[in-house]
Ligand binder design. Structure first.
Ligand code: CTP
Length: 208
């Protein structure tokens, strides 16, 4: 099983970068639970403050590009891929070699799209490979997540609403909805580790 976790960092200059609030907790919990239940697990992780789980092969990355290389270089050998990482959708078009100095003017940074790793995996899905994405929304959660499920050719998408208390980035708990093409399974508020157990149960049931 390949799991991705954490944020990506996109450099602006040698001092600064753009990132997001992902703590990596959800992805690390999934990697740990999969490993505890006997899977051989690779965890491709952006920078987090979490101690890597035991018996998991951790591949550290920083940028979306590095995550793309690490994941696509290994995806062929995976039975299940779970993409919990919060990957940047845009990165600065050029990275300044020197520190950008302030002026009295306003500053704009031109951005370009990063590669959509999950979309690539959906387009290159191997027979019997199970692909699970994550979707974080602040509104229209079901509708937007269903669109991602279809667009990226996923078997399941795990959605959460950032506005709900107990869900989201830095908490130890989550409230998720597991969505497949035909079904919707809502889980109550629970620890991220418990979410990981339910998630793996559902994936194994659907793979039968
Ligand atoms: N993802 C990815 N590569 C990217 C961006 C996202 O693999 N460059 C994956 C994430 O790991 C997650 C899922 O795609 O599993 C999230 O889907 P996405 O459509 O990118 O969600 P958002 O970035 O939240 O989309 P939007 O900004 O349109 O809400």
């Amino acid at each position: 099983i390949l799991v991705t976790a954490g944020p990506t960092q996109e450099p602006i200059d040698p001092v600064r970068y753009l990132t997001n609030h992902s703590s990596g907790k959800m992805g690390y919990a999934i990697a740990k639970v999969c490993s505890m239940r006997g899977a051989e697990v690779t965890l491709v992780s952006g920078k987090t403050a979490i101690k890597p789980p035991l018996f998991v092969d951790v591949v550290p990355v920083t940028t979306a590009r590095e995550m793309y290389e690490a994941v696509t270089g290994r995806s062929d050998r995976q039975d299940i891929v779970i993409k919990a990482a919060a990957v940047a959708d845009y990165r600065p078009k050029t990275i300044s070699e020197q520190k950008v100095k302030k002026t009295d003017e306003e500053l704009s940074i031109e951005m370009e799209r990063t590669d959509d790793i999950l979309k690539y995996l959906g387009e290159h899905k191997r027979a019997n490979q199970f692909l699970c994405g994550f979707s974080m929304e602040t509104e229209h959660m079901l509708e937007n997540s269903r669109k991602k499920l279809k667009k990226k050719n996923l078997d399941m998408i795990v959605a959460n609403n950032l506005k709900k208390q107990g869900a989201g980035f830095e908490t130890d708990t989550n409230i998720v909805t597991m969505i497949t093409q035909n079904e919707v399974f809502e889980l109550e508020l629970m620890s991220k580790e418990e979410v990981a157990f339910h998630l793996l149960d559902k994936i194994l049931e659907l793979r039968k």
